[in-house]
Every structure is written in C-alpha cells, then in structure tokens.
Design a protein around this ligand. Sequence first.
Ligand SMILES: [Zn+2]
Ligand SMILES: [Zn+2]
Length: 231
Amino acid sequence: MKGLPVGETCLVNPTGANKKPRLGEILQVFDKSYEMGFADGSKERISAIKVVPVRTRAKTAALEPMPEREESEAPVYREPVAQPKTQTRFVCDAYRRYVKSHHCVNCEFHGAAQHGNTEADHRGERGVSQKCSDLLVIPLCMFCHAVITAKNVLPVRPKGLSDPAKTPQLMSVVDTHLIVTGAQMKLLTGIVNALAQSDPDAAIKALEGGLRNLDKDTLAEACKMAMKEDE
Ligand SMILES: [Zn+2]
Ligand SMILES: [Zn+2]
C-alpha cells in the first residue's frame, strides 16, 4: 500500500525467499517501496504492494477483556485486498453454502471441537459502503467468528474442547493472517479443481481472469519464481 508514514507498523507479505508474512516498521519511504526494519534487526527494501498497515490495537488485544460482539466495529486487522471504496459485496449464495459445509478452520487448526454451527465470515476490508466478496468468506464457528469480529485476531482454542473461554488467549496478527489466507486459498482452489474436472475451459477462464487482475509487478515476480521452481 502506498502513502504510509515512517514509523507505521506493517505486515510484509511473503517476498522471494521469505514464505511467511513478517511484521516490520517503515524506516524510509520511497516512491514505490519502503525500507522496512524487522524485529531481528535486519532491514530490507520492499515493494509497496507487499506492505499492509497493522494498527497497534491488535497487538495489545490480549490484555483487554472480551467486549460484547459488535459487527459494526471498524476492522483493525486489514487483509491485503485491494478494493475500490465504492465496490459493494460480490454475492454468491452457492459459494457461501460451500463454505458453510466445512468445519471451523481455526478450531480444526487447534484440534478443538468447534463451538456451535459454522458461519461464513467475511474477511477483508469492510467499511460503510464496501463489504468484501463472498468469494473470500471462510468457515468459522460462532465463537471464533465472535472473537475475530471483536478483536480482529483469532483465539487460541484448547485441544479437544468446544467451550468458549471468557477471556480467550489470542493469536498473533501474523498467525491469524496465515490461517485466514490458508483457508481462502484452499476453498478457492477447491472450486478451480472441481471446474478442472467438469469444465476445463471455465477453469482456465477463472485462472486467467484472476491473474489478469493482479498488478503487473506481482505477476512478473510470480512468473520469475515459477520459472525457478521448474528448473
Ligand atoms: Zn472455531
Ligand atoms: Zn462476520
């Protein structure tokens, strides 16, 4: 994201050799990139498209008690999904049903029994006039959904249990991001794989349309990485 100030804490999406998102601080602002400082003391110049701000409340959230659930609360944890401000939600009932047919991804990750039914949670940027696409929803149980809605991070779930904790231990922004994007990736890939079986032309159309929507830098970087993997 362009236009961020020096000192802002940001999530740096995977670059080259680094396969995981990292938390860093903006040290210097350039035209299309930032110099980022990381916790291990290293510095790196990163393309602006890979840098997403994380407001500090999410980091201290573990210290606060759980507030009442409030869907309208402004999101603190923001997914790196570029959407024009005027865009309204892309609706797809069939996809939401597909998502709801899964177990809670967070309870599954922790080996916990989910609490209540699966809900299809919207992850991504939300504001007054915008809501994210139905194609980005992920399956979360009532409890995990309530926590991520209030805190913008997912709770740690005790193994084998389904009961919600009053003051749940919270996962980090980075780990939450990994679970959310991992689930989105798996669900979307499931649809493309189903299409590849039943209607390959439609699968190709879906993939081509998706890649075409990326900015040129991201696509070029991915092509370079794919080339290396082929060697
Ligand atoms: Zn859950
Ligand atoms: Zn929700």
